[in-house]
Design a protein around this ligand. Sequence first.
Ligand SMILES: Nc1ncnc2c1ncn2[C@@H]1O[C@H](COP(=O)(O)OP(=O)(O)OP(=O)(O)O)[C@@H](O)[C@H]1O
Ligand SMILES: Nc1ccn([C@@H]2O[C@H](COP(=O)(O)O)[C@@H](O)[C@H]2O)c(=O)n1
Length: 231
Amino acid sequence: MRVNKGDLVIAIDGPAGAGKSTIAKMLASRLGLKYLDTGAMYRAIAWIVLSSGIDPKEQEAVKNVLSPIQMDIKTTQNGQNLIYINGKDITKELRRPEVSEAVSYVASNYEVREFLIEKQREIGKKGSVVDGRDIGTYVLPDADFKFYLTASLHERANRRWIELKDQGHYQNWHSVQADLEKRDNIDENRELSPLKKAEDAILIDTTNMSTEKVLQQMISHIENRVNDYGK
Ligand SMILES: Nc1ncnc2c1ncn2[C@@H]1O[C@H](COP(=O)(O)OP(=O)(O)OP(=O)(O)O)[C@@H](O)[C@H]1O
Ligand SMILES: Nc1ccn([C@@H]2O[C@H](COP(=O)(O)O)[C@@H](O)[C@H]2O)c(=O)n1
């Protein structure tokens, strides 16, 4: 384990809508670590693919969008990651339904993963909470703490439906559930670093837990191990 508390690396993985980014942001803020949302990075590539009129399933065409891209990530005061492509902030585009629909196809592309994973390792290697699908298994396998957050599909669909409604996007509840299920299915079955719980990750089923309770459970685990280590 990294000796300095400020250097800790914490990986959070799990299926879509499990609460990873909500919890990762809260944890980073409580522990004074930086937060990295790797899903936003894949979404940014998916947005570029769509904006270029490319079919997200066209592997060859998708990889060609990468070479002219300069991706920069900044973090706001409230912990949100802002994604800049060639100097332009595209963050508000990333949660569009068409991006959500395309992103898992784009994320199955070998070159896309290589391109982003190199950046993720560089940013996440010290003092960070990183959320995604393959952080504990592949991106940062030597993370000090690994958590795998999940919740029932029904509960995740409820949460996402409420979130969209609060943002003024009224979507059919069944289509929200179907989107999550489809994305999980592609993410779990792709060849390169699929969505999977790392063997040494702590599984937390958040179906009936508040965000505060999830956070408390994670913090107690971290503090117990950090304190034991210091003895
Ligand atoms: N324990 C919880 N109880 C109730 N609502 C929650 C809980 N955790 C997260 N939420 C809510 O569920 C929604 C989805 O959470 P969040 O975006 O953090 O999930 P995610 O795993 O990062 O999703 P994705 O992988 O799709 O980006 C948000 O509206 C969030 O406020
Ligand atoms: N480490 C990761 C993170 C994300 N993905 C892909 O991006 C999609 C969007 O992620 P969100 O967390 O923003 O929902 C996700 O469904 C994956 O296809 C990934 O492959 N690896």
